[in-house]
Structure formats: C-alpha cells, structure tokens
Design a protein around this ligand. Structure first.
Ligand SMILES: C[S@@+](CC[C@H](N)C(=O)[O-])C[C@H]1O[C@@H](n2cnc3c(N)ncnc32)[C@H](O)[C@@H]1O
Length: 385
C-alpha cells in the first residue's frame, strides 16, 4: 500500500492521483491530508509519481497494531544502519502520541542496539521535503511515518519526495512578467495529468509552461499557438533547446485563438491544456467590481469564439482549462458568463472519484488559490457535446 501526502488544495491532489492510477489503484483511505491506495506495484508507482504535480511525498505503508514500541522494534532495521545515522518521525492526523514520545521510544530502541542515531525533526514537528532531500532519508529508508486514522494505524517509510528544486528552477528560470498571473509548473503538470496527457496543444503558449511540462512528462509531440509573435519565436527556440535532452516533435504556430477553427492540426491533438489570461494581478488597493466585470466581459467574448471554433472542428479530446475567479472583501466572484458558454458547448467531466466524501464545486470544477492573491483559478475538464 502507498500513502500520498496531499497539498493544501487536496482535491486537486486527489483528482490527479486518481487519474494517473485509475487503472489499478483502489482507495483504502482518503482524507484532506492523506490518500492511501493499494493495487499498484512499486515499479508502476515510482515510474509515474515523478510526473505528479500535486503530491508532496509518497510513503510505503502497512497496517500495524497500536503498540508503538513493537512497531518500531520490528521496522527500523537496525542491523542495516551505520553506527551513526539520521532519521525522522512524522505523524499524520490526530494521535495521543506526539513527536516527543516517538523520539523517546525510538531512541531507546536504537540505543539498545548499540547505535547512535540523530533525530532530525525540528521543534517536534513533521520534517519538510527540503530536509528529507538534504539528509538523503529516502535512500536510507529512515523517514518514518505514522498515519493514525480513526480506526486504523499505518506505518512505514517514505519512498519518494517531490523534486521541489526542479520545479522552482523551471519556474524561476523563465522570462517573467510579474503583472500577469503565471501558471506554476506543478499546476500545469496536474492539468496535463487530468487531461490524459498524450499529444497536448496549448493555444495560449506564452511562457510555454504547459508544453515544457508535457515534454518533461515524456510526451512525444507538443502543439502550441499564440497571438504574440515574440512568444511563438521564444517558444520555438526554447523547445529547440529542450530537444538536446528529450526526443519529441513540436509544432508552434502564430494564431489568434479566436479563430481556432483555422487550425489544421487539431485532428492530431489528444487534449487541449491551457489557461488564457488570469489577467493583471490585482491588489487590495486597485481591485473593484467594475474592473472584474470588464475582465469577465473581455474573457467571455474570446471564449465564445474559442468554443464555437472547436465545435466547428468537432474536436473530441479533453479540454483542461483554467478560468479566473476573484476575491474581494472576503467574497469570491466567479466568472459566471463562462458557465453559460460551457453549458452551450461542453459537458463537464467529473474530476473526483465517486467513492470518496469530497465533491467538486457546483459547476463541476476544482479551485486553486493562494491566500496572498486575489485572483484564483477554476479548473475544468471539458468535452464538446
Ligand atoms: C497569461 S499568458 C498564458 C499563460 C500560459 N499558458 C503559461 O504558460 O503560463 C497569455 C498568452 O495568451 C496570448 N494571447 C492573448 N490573446 C490571444 C489570442 N486571442 N489568441 C492567442 N493567444 C493570445 C498572449 O500573447 C500570451 O502569450
């Protein structure tokens, strides 16, 4: 069994993990922090998990009894460790036992075996992904986890942690415009996974985030277009550079997405994964209903053309797309015009599995928003009717 530690936007994590492991994975447990699946082999897991944007770490776990001392005695394989070794203990969800107590019991057991361990949790809290990577705990099998659910306890070690350095290099390595919302690589990866990720087309390539992530995910063909010639050129060059490291084909053209029906490669595309403007980043000082409405109007004009154009071409792949919503005075304002457009042209695919207690929004989407930002993203998976 494998336990995934989920991000704060846990519904996005769940949707993505289920999509990636939809063939074999069976749910054992699911809450806001942890999803446990069985039915997947370790090989399948390790092959796919590096391309999952929305899971913090993955633990191999087994069902255990509640005798902590016994669990640790049996499972920390002292004979394989050096005399001095680093380890961490993490606790998920409520438990009567805290990190201090775990430290006491584990140190006692380890010392009884004549070893000298270093407990690396700071302030008696779970350790961060950065610390797991820095201390190389995965290789040593010494990042231990207790998952206490209401009824059962699961225990064992971490086998994968997300490559946070890779994501941030890919994110900050780009030429950026801080006045426009940018799609984070992790979110792009999650959207690609939701789409089923084969031949991907992004009709608003801009910083080519979607296309690059899809190449990292071993996609063999990527398509893109944009209205801005400089972006088309930059994308072409950047993808060309990427070809030194990955083998794939790309087709990037200059095209106004309003006239998407003119595109002649759509029959080769499996899925459209995209985000047009989140629009300017608004601040508490300049956000207003008037500004929001102006943006909604402009966005809906283009999307009406966009979806009717796709309809003309009978595009039959998935369309994974993010639309903005706004927060003003602690209230969310949704892009309501888009709901009518979607209802006219598309059906909405359910993003979360049936057998869990969580639901999508009323419109069938999942939301992503950082507390510090006033614009969030509403993510849909659509198919034309
Ligand atoms: C905010 S960016 C898109 C974000 C992008 N998906 C990413 O990687 O982060 C908006 C892009 O849409 C392009 N654009 C604006 N209007 C367009 C239109 N009508 N047709 C095609 N591209 C358009 C802009 O040139 C810009 O590159």
């Amino acid at each position: 069994m494998f336990a995934f530690e989920l991000w704060r936007e846990f519904k996005l994590s769940i949707a993505e993990i289920f999509k990636v492991f939809s063939k074999n994975g069976n749910t054992v447990f699911c809450d806001k922090k942890i999803l446990i699946l069985d039915g997947i082999s370790k090989e399948e897991l390790l092959k796919k998990v590096k391309n999952i944007g929305w899971s913090i770490k993955v633990m191999k776990v087994s069902l255990v009894d509640n005798d902590i001392e016994n669990i640790l005695q049996k499972n920390i394989w002292l004979e394989t460790h050096e005399w001095k070794f680093n380890y961490a203990m993490n606790i998920f969800w409520k438990s009567e036992i805290g990190h201090k107590e775990l430290l006491r019991i584990s140190k006692k057991i380890i010392k009884e075996h004549g070893k000298n361990p270093r407990f690396i949790n700071q302030d008696f809290k779970n350790i961060s992904s950065v610390a797991i990577i820095k201390e190389a705990l995965i290789k040593k099998w010494t990042d231990f986890n207790f998952i206490f659910t209401w009824e059962k306890t699961y225990f064992w070690h971490t086998i994968f942690v997300q490559d946070i350095y890779g994501y941030s290099n890919r994110d900050y390595g780009k030429d950026r415009d801080m006045n426009i919302g940018m799609l984070p690589p992790k979110l792009a990866q999650m959207m690609i996974n939701i789409s089923g990720w084969k031949n991907i087309y992004d009709p608003f390539v801009w910083l080519w985030t979607v296309l690059i992530e899809s190449v990292y995910m071993e996609n063999k063909k990527v398509y893109g277009s944009d209205l801005n010639e400089r972006m088309v050129e930059t994308s072409k060059n950047n993808l060309q550079n990427l070809k030194k490291y990955f083998s794939f084909d790309s087709n990037i053209i200059f095209q106004n997405a309003k006239y998407i029906h003119e595109i002649d490669f759509l029959n080769e595309v499996d899925a459209i994964v995209t985000e047009w403007y989140l629009w300017e980043i608004m601040t508490q000082n300049n956000i207003s209903l008037e500004r929001i409405e102006k943006q909604r109007k402009k966005l809906s004009e283009l999307y009406e053309w966009f979806f009717s154009g796709l309809k003309k071409l009978n595009f039959n792949g998935n369309i994974v797309i993010s639309f903005p919503f706004w927060e003003m005075k602690w209230k969310y304002f949704y892009f309501e015009e888009i709901y009518d457009i979607i209802n006219t042209y598309c059906k909405t695919e359910k993003l979360l599995p049936e057998n869990i207690e969580f639901l999508e929004t009323k419109s069938g989407s999942l939301l992503y928003k950082r507390d510090s930002q006033l614009v969030g993203r509403e993510i849909f998976c659509l198919q034309l009717k």
